[in-house]
Write a protein that binds this ligand. Structure first.
Ligand code: SF4
Length: 161
């Protein structure tokens, strides 16, 4: 049975920077949960960050640039948390490799988990078209990443596997 990596906050776990969750209520998600298909991770906590934690954004918004060492992930007071974000991304990749996972369901607009758009580091709500640090690393390794608006696409992948 094909398994799917999933952002822990989407499963209702209070792991977000503000100590909250972002529970996704959807019959498909519940079905995959019941089937035991979901392998949860919060990359930021796996990388050693606490909960709650200060909000952070990628300078320029591109997770790929963080992996390349070209841009940092910073909190609003300028603390560089890049190392924890990279460690979390590596933990997510290791989990995928351990469980032979080729698909991931990740939370949109997170500096770790975003699959399409990230905040650009100005802390003013501006988005840029790019992936977060974890999504970028998984994508680099051939893992297909989806956000919570793309459950139907993910379901198609699962049914064609
Ligand atoms: Fe959710 Fe990902 Fe942020 Fe963790 S790092 S709280 S899993 S969006």
């Amino acid at each position: 049975m094909q398994t799917v990596l999933v952002s822990r906050c989407l499963l209702g776990e209070p792991v977000r920077y503000d100590g909250q969750s972002k529970a996704l209520q959807h019959p498909l998600l519940q079905r995959w949960l019941d089937e035991g298909r979901l392998v949860p991770i919060c990359p930021e906590m796996a990388g050693g960050l606490p909960c709650p934690r200060p909000a952070a954004e990628i300078s320029g918004g591109r997770g790929q640039h963080v992996l390349q060492g070209r841009q940092p992930v910073l909190t609003q007071d300028g603390t560089d948390v890049s190392a924890a974000f990279i460690a979390g991304a590596q933990a997510a990749l290791a989990l995928c490799q351990q469980h032979d996972i080729g698909l991931a369901l990740l939370k949109a607009r997170s500096p770790s988990c975003a699959t399409h758009q990230c905040y650009d580091g100005q802390f003013n709500g501006t988005l840029t078209d790019a992936m977060g640090v974890t999504a970028a690393l998984l994508h680099q390794h051939g893992i297909r990443v989806f956000d919570e608006t793309e459950l139907d696409k993910l379901a198609q992948q699962l049914s064609s596997a």
